[in-house]
Design a protein around this ligand. Structure first.
Ligand code: SF4
Length: 412
């Protein structure tokens, strides 16, 4: 139990039911594991029309008043100070799960049964504790496009945030290419000066036909202009590219045009996030109706090779998403290009039975990494596929594809 005088230190206006800060549903993997404090600056996605995306379907977009965001920062700061105080009293420098439990148990007014959304409050406490544990250095601004805010508002939030947490060295956010395009170089430079050091942008494709088909709401030209401005402002730019998004019909154009756009932007990072047909996404329904033909897994791998061979930029290429098949596709361009292409070639040159076994193993591993175990129907499908592979049955390919499709549907 924490000491009574710490309870007395709770900020009265923020205590009880109101003591929480909003959290959105997602963050980039590089801001994951709670290494970043999450501050929600807008709710959901203002665009919400991309055919492959189901993240914010049915959710209404709204701006959050700056005063409300500041109140969230205050809550996070109170937790930050209280956790440090609990740890100091225990004579330890690190924030432990014991400190989290003590703070929770010692504040019935704030964490008791009638104190509102306890799930969110528990997530808040864990986010701040893990962030503190990692050094409290980075903050990620949620949700889908923090850059859509008025520049003076965003500057006010970032300035307030950095004053509240002097340890913060980097503020990062998701942004749409369209919002990057709309901001002037001066505005982006001011944001950079204030502490916005990295933007994560879902480029997805540099091919106009694919962008239009997927209702991305931006052209390749605007992606280039917006991206170049971000880079010129000195903000580290991470562009997400979606292999497979052109399906069978546009695979080659998708790869070549995307390579041209990324080369023109020259972002610090390019992250591959292969197409996965997400629940609640229109593209999943279209695929089931035969209106979109997915590229095979090997087709996606070959498409990535075509993309990389045509990239002429100085970016760090990362493949850290579960939807990607090959994790070894990573390195600094241009010097690592041949090494990365070799990883892909090594896979594509394997006999088909080995590629099938590799794919099945990888997809199973990804599923287990998220859920810990396989539900019985999926386990059965995977077993049937292994059995067909062992017997070198002519049905092996069909069985592996069916098992992988079921696994993917299970975790997207
Ligand atoms: S992909 Fe991004 S911009 Fe498109 S709907 Fe989803 S969150 Fe919004």
């Amino acid at each position: 139990m924490i000491s009574p005088n710490l309870q007395d230190n709770c900020t009265p206006a923020l205590d009880g039911e109101n003591f929480f800060f909003e959290m959105g549903p997602i963050r980039p993997p590089s801001e994951g594991s709670d290494h970043s404090l999450l501050i929600r600056t807008t709710r959901n996605c203002s665009w919400n029309r991309c055919e492959f995306c189901g993240t914010y379907r049915g959710e209404k977009f709204s701006y959050r008043p700056v005063a409300e965001i500041k109140k969230d920062i205050e809550v996070a700061r109170t937790l930050y100070e209280e956790l440090q105080a609990v740890a100091a009293r225990g004579g330890v420098r690190e924030i432990s799960s014991q400190a989290v439990r003590s703070l929770w148990a010692g504040n019935p007014r704030r964490y008791g049964e009638s104190a509102g959304n306890l799930t969110l409050k528990w997530q808040n406490l864990h986010n701040v504790a893990n962030w503190l544990h990692a050094g409290a250095k980075t903050v990620f601004l949620q949700d889908a496009d923090a850059l859509i805010m008025r520049t003076p508002d965003l500057l006010e939030v970032i300035t307030y945030l950095r004053a509240a947490f002097p340890t913060v060295a980097r503020v990062t956010a998701y942004a749409r290419s369209q919002s990057c395009y709309r901001k002037s170089l001066e505005e982006l430079s001011e944001l950079r000066q204030a502490g916005l050091l990295r933007l994560h942008v879902g480029l997805e494709s540099g091919c106009d036909a694919v962008l239009k088909r997927m209702k991305k709401g931006v052209s390749a030209r605007k992606q280039v202009e917006g991206g170049q401005k971000v880079v010129a402002a000195g903000i580290s730019l991470c562009e997400y590219l979606m292999p497979g998004l052109g399906g069978k019909d546009f695979s080659e154009r998708h790869a070549l045009d995307s390579a041209a756009v990324l080369t023109a932007i020259n972002p610090a990072f390019i992250r591959l996030r292969s197409l996965a047909l997400r629940r609640h996404s229109p593209l999943l329904a279209q695929s089931k109706e035969g209106l979109f033909t997915e590229l095979s897994e090997d087709g996606v791998v070959a498409e990535i090779a075509l993309l990389i061979a045509n990239l002429h930029c100085h970016s760090y290429l990362v493949s850290d998403q579960m939807s990607n098949l090959l994790y070894g596709v990573e390195g600094q361009l241009p010097q690592d290009k041949e090494k990365i292409l070799q990883v892909i070639d090594d896979y594509l040159q394997k006999p088909e039975s080995e590629r099938l076994a590799f794919r099945l193993r990888q997809r199973r591993r990804s599923f287990l990494a998220v859920y810990g175990s396989l539900p019985e129907p999926l386990e059965e499908k995977a077993e049937l596929a292994w059995d067909a592979l062992r017997r070198e049955s002519p049905e092996a390919r069909e069985r592996v594809d069916a098992a992988i499709a079921a696994l993917k549907e299970g975790f997207v």
